[in-house]
Design a protein around this ligand. Structure first.
Ligand SMILES: Nc1ncnc2c1ncn2[C@@H]1O[C@H](COP(=O)(O)OP(=O)(O)OP(=O)(O)O)[C@@H](O)[C@H]1O
Ligand SMILES: [Mg+2]
Length: 214
């Protein structure tokens, strides 16, 4: 990767995006709200702790910005350093609290695949299994691997959020649960009929899941 390109992107982030970005995390279990950001930046996605943006002049990168008051920046940089470069993960280029520059994965999250009725092949599940195995071999503890933290790109799975891989905790099961749902609910019912699922139902499932896990 061209280092000067990363530097140039960082300058854009610091001078144009951050001073004009207004985002907040009202509740740690709900997505970050982005109230305003400047053109021509694009909002690629939001998680419960951070918002992710791209810039049309820098198509290889995204910038992940942690919302004020939300932890995870330091852990995520440490995890990426331990993972190194691996095809089943994004890649870390630079970090300066509260933002990280990452490789852009031009895919669709599994969550959005289910919403859009895009079929998720089994290969994606196998890819995530092997990615998490690799992370464990590197001494990490994969956590919080859910439908918005995995993307499908050219029929392959890529894990895009590794922020919780240093943690102990109950969310460690989420990939196991998702895997179970893939084989027992998704493949026999949803994929068979290529059913698109409205966000209202996906959100309800997400809330119910959080409730059961707690
Ligand atoms: N490298 C990437 N390339 C493309 N899109 C990405 C990338 N990283 C993240 N995204 C998008 O941004 C969204 C939010 O990013 P991310 O999951 O890292 O945030 P988070 O707040 O840490 O999430 P969580 O709520 O799981 O803790 C993702 O669901 C995905 O849609
Ligand atoms: Mg996430």
């Amino acid at each position: 990767m061209d280092i000067s390109l990363v530097d140039s992107f960082v300058i854009h982030v610091k001078q144009a995006l951050l001073p004009n970005l207004h985002c907040s995390s009202i509740h740690p279990r709900d997505p970050v709200r982005v109230q305003a950001f400047p053109e021509p930046w694009e909002l690629v996605g939001v998680g419960n702790y951070a918002a992710v943006f791209s810039h049309p002049e820098f198509p290889s990168f995204v910038v992940k910005v942690y919302a004020p008051g939300r932890p995870g920046f330091e852990e995520e940089t440490l995890v990426y350093e331990r993972l190194g470069k691996h095809p089943r993960f994004s890649q870390y280029f630079y970090g300066d609290k509260p933002f990280l520059i990452l490789k852009r994965i031009n895919g669709v999250t599994l969550y959005d695949c289910v919403h859009q009725g895009v079929i998720i092949p089994e290969q994606v599940i196998l890819d995530v299994d092997s990615a998490l195995e690799y992370a464990k071999q590197r001494g990490l503890r994969p956590h919080d691997v859910h439908g918005r933290n995995v993307m499908m790109l050219d029929g392959r799975g890529v894990v895009v959020d590794v922020s919780d891989f240093l943690h102990h905790g109950s969310m460690g099961k989420s990939w196991g649960d998702l895997r179970w749902a893939y084989y027992n609910i998704y493949r026999p019912i949803i994929a068979r009929f290529a059913l698109p699922i409205p966000y209202s139902i996906l959100n309800l499932v997400r809330k119910l899941y959080q409730l059961i896990r707690r």
